[in-house]
Design a binder for this molecule. Sequence first.
Ligand code: NOJ
Length: 564
Amino acid sequence: MAKKSNQNWWKEGVVYQIYPRSFQDTSGNGIGDIRGIIRRLDYIQSLGVDIVWLNPVYKSPNDDHGYDISDYRDIMEELGTMADFDELLEGMKKRNLKLVMDLVVNHSSDEHPWFIESRKCRDNPYREYYHWWPAEKGTPPKRWSFFDVEENAWNYDGQTDAYYLHCFSEKQPDLNWENPTVRQEIYDLMKFWFDKGVDGFRLDVITFISKDTDFPELPEEYNGDFIPFYANGPNLHSHLKEMNQEVLSHYDVMTVGEGTGIHIDRALDFVDEDRKELNMFFHFDLMDLDREKGQMFTMRKEKWKLTEFKQIHTKWDSVFEQKGWGSIYLNNHDFPRAVSRWGNDSESYWHNSATMLHTFLLTMRGTPYFLNGEEIGMTNIKFENIEDYRDINTLNRFETMSNEGGDPQEFIKNEKHAGRDNARTPMQWDTSPNAGFTHATPWIKINENYKRDVNVQAQELDKDSVLNYFKRMVAIRKQYGTLVYGDYTLLDPENEEIYAYTRTDSENSFLILLSFSTTENQFLLEGVDFEHARLLISNDSAPGVKKDPRFKLAPYQAVVYQLY
Ligand code: NOJ
């Protein structure tokens, strides 16, 4: 067993991600707020989770819902005040919950005072805080932007006759990390939050921070797939090392990078403890699985296969067997809901597939991350009309598609499965109007299935609910360190219906069987001694322990056995 010598709170913790706009409104503006989170702290604690990752709450004009920050030391007005934030942090500390913030420093908002200054004139002291390309040098070499209608990351600014770089929207100019003053500014703002008592950061597109400021032509091989190029800037690792040395090493905090573009071969370069960079990162191999190659937001034509799903997790697990640490997730605010994507959200399979996926995340090695609402099996909303979407990514891509004469119906068809708004609809608390989220008109429509049983209140009362299963599974993970640190072994790798594996260390051994199928499956498992197996949990009427190693698993059934 590899890791016990290196135990850590952020390895053992279960993370609960909160998208603040969609959690709980208390101010009556239809938008979730910090006081709403405070109001729900007992609920969060009741889940048994340990760490809350809060999407950005800083001051922001909200072009990209908080990922465009205009003041890193203040709170967005519609979400509350700094006093609210301090109260939230205190309430969390009282409940032994850790708070991890989002650090968005690849770019700022164009309304940040640094950028306002920077764009004023070419010799402004803040000019070098951003990347500028003077127009007399000609059109800058092609760089792609995620949220630009023309997909162009260079925006011409007439005031100084120059272009500035924005890998996201034109209101999100990229900060110039090659400027040491910028790096110091960032380290200072990190210290500001750590000194308040914050427990860590999720680092937004941290892989993009370093740029060759000569901006050479994009090498041919990256044409159409620019992400790996962006993620391979010349000074990326020296910046991360410096950040670690100057800030992170002085606090007991956790870091999880958004690992956009990290190839598995480079994984340990970021999280090998000896290199002193980050603790963990999110890889995108699973998130890319049902997408067209190089197209983050376009669904691929054929359905993903379970063997591919297993392969991804098995490969990534092996990388961190001896060094580093992984993070594991099935959705977040940028991707569709887990149960709709990896399970089956039709009424007959919804319960089993949501709980089966909980079983999966909570029995794998690596720190598990859940997005608010996942614990109750919230599903994709699948908006039919472009007017219902709120996400800049969908809205701008819609415009691009229209400009290019594309088919709006095809676009919406894709978006119903791929759109980020699927994960951003309000939390479903109860069956009162607007699901108990707000008394006002919500900023984005609420999924009607709150009126059914996809709400917290109904599920708290039902002992077999998705929510209560989630709590039981979290408790099981807490009880057995083997599920956190133990070795992982994949069984029956070619099976397209069932994912089976063991987790083992010197103290315990567990067998996990997960059906990813809508049909009942008979399944033969050799080499496991079922005479000595105790059923720990199942989301369906479990088959019990049999001497015969043939199992019948119900559709989307999950079973965990303890082998002794
Ligand atoms: C990744 C974030 O998760 C996403 O929501 C955001 O739009 C981009 N980075 C830009 O900050």
